[in-house]
Design a binder for this molecule. Structure first.
Ligand SMILES: [Zn+2]
Length: 105
C-alpha cells in the first residue's frame, strides 16, 4: 500500500512523512482500494455515501448507486435511513485525491 505526495504525485512508502522528491509534508493518505471510509468531494452525486463505500471496498460506484436506488424502492425507505446514517456517520474527505485517481463524473 503506497501513499502519494499531494504536491508532485510521487508514490511513497506508507511510513513516509515527507516527500522524497519535493520535500512536501505528507498527510496520511492511503491508496485505492483501502481508503478510509470517507465521503470524497470529487465525483459525488448527493452526499458521497455511495462513492465512499465503493472506494473503501473496491466496488463499482455505478453498481453501488443502482443497488442503493433499487434498495430504496424495495425496502420501504430503509436504505434511505441507512444513507442518511452514512451521510452523518462517514466523515468528509478533507484530503484531495492523488492525481493518479481519475474522478468519476
Ligand atoms: Zn512531492
Amino acid at each position: 500500500m503506497a501513499i502519494f505526495c499531494q504536491r508532485c504525485g510521487t508514490g511513497l512508502p506508507p511510513t513516509a512523512r515527507f516527500c522524497s522528491n519535493c520535500g512536501a509534508v505528507i498527510p496520511v493518505v492511503q491508496s485505492i482500494p483501502g481508503r478510509p471510509l470517507v465521503r470524497p468531494h470529487v465525483g459525488r452525486q448527493i452526499a458521497g455515501v455511495c462513492l465512499a463505500l465503493a472506494q473503501s471496498y473496491g466496488w463499482d460506484v455505478g453498481l453501488v448507486r443502482i443497488f442503493t436506488v433499487l434498495g430504496f424502492c424495495f425496502s420501504g425507505g430503509l436504505i434511505g435511513v441507512a444513507y442518511v446514517a452514512g451521510w452523518i456517520g462517514i466523515p468528509e474527505d478533507q484530503i484531495p485525491l492523488p492525481r493518479e485517481y481519475p474522478p468519476s463524473i
